[in-house]
Ligand binder design. Structure first.
Ligand code: BTN
Length: 311
């Protein structure tokens, strides 16, 4: 993290080179280097003689971790920004030993080999979408894994809802996709690393289509829904604020979280097609319980599923 960039973002006004140099006990040349580094990554900084430096514009095609730190303050996980990576989930998994002491957020502007559920590919556009993996260490029983995917989906849902005027078509598709009408805007791939039957490291991989025009017919972006370009930092900050709010009250008040998630679930109470392995099940989506079991009323009676996919 660049403390000088963070300071300029926090002050949001002119700050003299002298003040920065004194505050951080660094030379004026070093100050200038920091300013230059920030400019190189696309942050526009004005410099006026007698006044100092002021941030004029932040880039829209590059995530600036300092913006997240500024907006979340002590709530922020440590952010690891990568220009490019095959998959943020793979990066998190392969380096998990370095990410065990606190919460981390691995984020990239260019994910080249994103993974989805059921071995699918996850596509995103460089500098336009959000692709990140959030690493937390809940130390809970493995069976509660599902609760965290619920919290993540609900947090994305709430963050997106904030930017969409007509948010009625926004729904959570069991267990943790977010849809707008019939099109997918967000997918989540949660992976765990358990130790002695406890869930010690949880990687929540989130992909949200923000400013791209997805090539897939079945996908949609926030830009397409709202007809405007969005600042990805704002959506990420809202996601994290929501998630931490739920994490803080978990597990005591999980009922509240669960009820909110269920209220926004797609297709509940409707006739559905459900894919379980190679089997295709048709029936009425009756209910889903706290442990994530889905109940479908089929012609052969009520069936319960823990995994699978609504079509
Ligand atoms: C799905 O819908 O099947 C889940 C998609 C999850 C995509 C995200 S993008 C960031 C993280 N890294 C990955 O490789 N996948 C997840």
């Amino acid at each position: 993290m660049d403390k000088i960039l963070l300071y300029l973002l926090e002050r949001d006004d002119f700050v003299s080179g002298e003040e920065i140099s004194e505050k951080f006990s660094i030379s004026r040349t070093a100050v200038w280097k920091h300013i230059n580094n920030a400019r190189e990554i696309g942050v526009e900084i004005e410099s006026v003689t007698g006044k100092g430096y002021r941030i004029k514009k932040i880039p829209n095609d590059r995530i600036i971790p300092e913006i997240i730190y500024r907006d979340l303050k002590s709530l922020s996980p440590e952010i690891i920004y990568l220009n490019e990576v095959n998959s943020t989930n793979d990066f998190a998994k392969n380096n998990i030993n370095n990410f065990k002491n606190k919460d981390y957020l691995i984020i990239t502007d260019n994910q080249t080999k994103g993974r989805g559920r059921f071995e699918r590919e996850w596509k995103s556009e460089k500098g336009l979408d959000l692709t990140f993996s959030f690493i937390i260490h809940p130390d809970i029983e493995i069976k509660s894994f599902y609760h965290f995917t619920i919290m993540a989906a609900l947090s994305v849902f709430n963050a997106l809802k904030f930017f969409i005027e007509d948010f009625k078509p926004l729904k959570i598709k069991w267990p943790n996709d977010v849809y707008y009408n019939f099109k997918k805007i967000c997918g989540i791939l949660s992976e765990m690393i358990a130790e002695e039957a406890r869930l010690k490291n949880l990687i929540i991989g989130v992909g949200i289509n923000i400013n791209s025009i997805p090539s897939l017919e079945t996908a949609i972006s926030l830009k397409q829904i709202t007809n405007s370009i969005h600042d990805r930092h704002k959506i990420l900050v809202l996601f994290l604020k929501n998630f931490y709010q739920y994490y803080k009250i978990y597990p005591q008040k999980f009922d509240i979280i669960f009820a909110e998630w269920k209220k926004n679930l797609k297709n509940l109470g409707e006739e559905v097609s459900f894919k379980y392995g190679d089997e295709l099940i048709s029936g009425k989506f009756l209910d889903v319980d706290r442990e994530g079991f889905v109940k479908i009323d089929t012609s052969e009676g009520v069936k319960t599923f823990y995994s699978g996919e609504f079509l």
